[in-house]
Design a protein around this ligand. Structure first.
Ligand code: ADP
Ligand code: ASP
Ligand code: MG
Length: 426
C-alpha cells in the first residue's frame, strides 16, 4: 500500500468549515487505497496572533517559552482535524512533533531537524489510522525542550516525515493552485508552473516565495522526495517540484524554463555600519560576531568610505525580526572594529529574478535594470550570483517593481487571472 504525506497550511484550515472540508479530502485519499500521514499548520493567522500576544507581555520574546506558546497553535488544529475525520467514520490519531519523532537541535525559534524517528506514526498507520502530525515543531535532542522550526516550518515537517517514512509523494496543500511565476497576490498575470526543478524552487523560496519554505525544498532535494504543491480548494493538478525533469507524457514535453520566476521579500531590513577600519580581519571579526549570534546575513556590500581614507562602509540584509539581535552583535564588537555610525532601514524590500537563464543568457542584467528604471523604481543595490539576480528597492515600490520585471521578461499570461482562494497574505 502506498504512503502519501499531505500538508495543509493555515489558510486551508482557517475555521471549522475548512477543517471539515480538509477532513473529507484526507478521507478520500484513504479510500483511494493510500496510507495517509497529514501534517497540519495552525488555523488561519493563529501563529501571528500568538506572537502579537507574546509581544504585549514581553517586548522581545524569544526562546523556550516562546516556542512552547507557538506550538499550541498546531496542537489545536491537529486535534480538531482528527475529530473531524472520526466524525466521517474513519480512525485518526493526532501527534505532536515530539510524539511523531521530530528531533531537532536546540536553537529555539529556528531549530533544524537532525533526525526523524516516526515509530508511533508507523504503528498508528499499521493499526489502520490516519496519522495527523502537528507541523512546525520538534523536540531538542540535548535539552529535551520543545522547539519550533521557523515561520512556515510545517512544510519542512512534511518533507522530513515523507523522507523518514519513504513516502511516494509529499503533497503541500495551500490557498493557490501551485507555484506561479510570481506571487499571485501581487501579479494577477502570473502563470502556474507545471514542473519546476528543485534548484530553481530552492532559489525562489530562499528569495521570498513563501509558497514553499526553502529548508523544505533543501530537504526534499537531498532525499529525492517529489513535492506536489496544490490547492486544497480546487481539485486541479498543481506544480511538481523534483530533481529530475518528468518523462514526456505522449508527445507532451516538459520544458525547463529559462526564467523560473520573480520573487520578492518584504520581511527584510538593511543594516549599515559606517567608518569601519578597512581591513579584511576587521570585516571577518564583524561577520564572525553575527554568525556566533546565529544570524544569516545576505547581500553584503563593502565599499570604501566616501569621507575617510582607510575606512569602509558595510551594509547587509537581515530578517526584520532579527535586526535588534544584529545591532547587539555589532555593538558587542565595536571596540575591535571601531565604526563611527550604526543604523538600519526596515522600509526596503528585495526582489529577485530566478532561473538558469540568469547564468547563461547575456543581457539579463540590462533588461532587469531597464524594467526597474522604466517604472521609476529607486534601486539601492543590484547583485547577481548563480541563477539569481536581485535588487534592493524601497518597500512601497516593490509591487510595481515585481510586475515590471515579470512583464519585461515575457512571463505575463495571455488571458485570465491567477486565482487566490483564501488567506490574508500575512
Ligand atoms: P500556507 O498557509 O498554505 O502555508 P502560505 O501563505 O505560507 O500558505 O503560502 C502560500 C502563499 O504564498 C500564497 O497565497 C501566495 O500569496 C504566496 N506566494 C508567494 N510567491 C508565490 C509563488 N511564486 N507562487 C505561489 N504562491 C506564492
Ligand atoms: N504556523 C506556523 C507559521 O505560521 C508554521 C506554518 O504555518 O508552517 O509560521
Ligand atoms: Mg506556508
Amino acid at each position: 500500500m502506498s504512503l502519501v504525506v499531505q500538508k495543509y497550511g493555515g489558510s486551508s484550515v482557517a475555521d471549522a468549515e475548512g477543517i471539515k472540508r480538509v477532513a473529507k479530502r484526507i478521507v478520500d485519499a484513504k479510500k483511494n487505497g493510500h496510507q495517509v500521514v497529514v501534517v497540519v499548520s495552525a488555523m488561519g493567522d493563529t501563529t501571528d496572533e500568538l506572537i502579537d500576544l507574546a509581544e504585549q507581555v514581553s517586548p522581545m520574546p524569544a526562546g523556550r517559552e516562546f516556542d512552547m506558546l507557538l506550538t499550541a497553535g498546531e496542537r489545536i488544529a491537529m486535534a480538531l482535524l482528527a475529530m473531524a475525520i472520526k466524525n466521517l467514520g474513519h480512525e485518526a490519531q493526532s501527534f505532536t512533533g515530539s510524539q511523531a519523532g521530530v528531533i531537532t537541535d536546540s536553537v529555539h525559534n529556528k531549530a533544524r531537524i537532525i533526525d526523524v524517528t516516526p515509530g508511533r506514526i508507523r504503528t498508528a498507520l499499521d493499526e489502520g489510522n490516519i496519522a495527523i502530525v502537528a507541523g512546525f515543531q520538534g523536540v531538542s535532542a540535548d535539552s529535551k525542550d520543545i522547539t519550533t522550526l521557523g515561520r512556515g516550518g510545517s512544510d519542512t515537517t512534511a518533507v522530513a516525515l515523507a523522507a523518514a517514512l519513504d513516502a511516494e509523494v509529499c503533497e503541500i496543500y495551500t490557498d493557490v493552485d501551485g507555484v506561479f511565476t510570481a506571487d499571485p497576490r501581487v501579479v494577477k498575470k502570473a502563470k502556474k508552473i507545471d514542473w519546476i526543478s528543485s534548484e530553481d524552487m530552492l532559489e525562489l523560496a530562499a528569495s521570498g516565495s513563501k509558497v514553499l519554505l526553502h529548508r523544505c525544498v533543501e530537504y526534499a532535494r537531498r532525499y529525492n522526495i517529489p513535492i506536489h504543491v496544490r490547492s486544497s480548494f480546487s481539485g486541479l493538478p498543481g506544480t511538481w517540484v523534483s530533481n529530475e525533469k518528468p518523462e514526456p507524457q505522449g508527445d507532451q514535453q516538459v520544458e525547463h524554463a529559462i526564467i523560473a520566476g520573480v520573487a520578492h521579500d518584504v520581511s527584510t531590513a538593511q543594516v549599515t555600519i559606517r567608518g569601519v577600519h578597512d581591513k579584511p580581519q576587521v570585516t571577518a571579526r564583524l561577520f564572525r560576531a553575527l554568525a556566533d549570534a546565529q544570524l544569516n546575513v545576505d547581500m553584503v556590500d563593502v565599499k570604501a568610505s566616501p569621507v575617510w581614507p582607510d575606512q569602509a562602509d558595510i551594509s547587509f540584509l537581515i530578517p526584520r525580526s532579527e535586526v535588534h539581535q544584529a545591532l547587539r552583535a555589532v555593538e558587542g564588537v565595536r571596540p575591535g572594529i571601531g565604526y563611527s555610525w550604526l543604523g538600519y532601514n526596515t522600509e526596503i524590500a528585495k526582489l529577485s529574478l530566478v532561473g538558469m537563464g540568469v547564468r547563461t543568457t547575456p543581457g539579463i542584467a540590462a533588461t532587469f535594470v531597464e524594467a526597474l528604471s522604466a517604472e521609476g523604481v529607486d534601486v539601492h543595490l543590484v547583485a547577481s550570483s548563480g541563477i539569481n539576480i536581485e535588487a534592493v528597492v524601497p518597500e512601497h515600490q516593490v509591487d510595481t517593481a515585481v510586475r515590471a520585471v515579470h512583464t519585461f521578461f515575457g512571463l505575463d499570461r495571455s488571458a485570465g487571472e491567477a486565482k487566490v482562494y483564501a488567506g490574508t497574505g500575512r
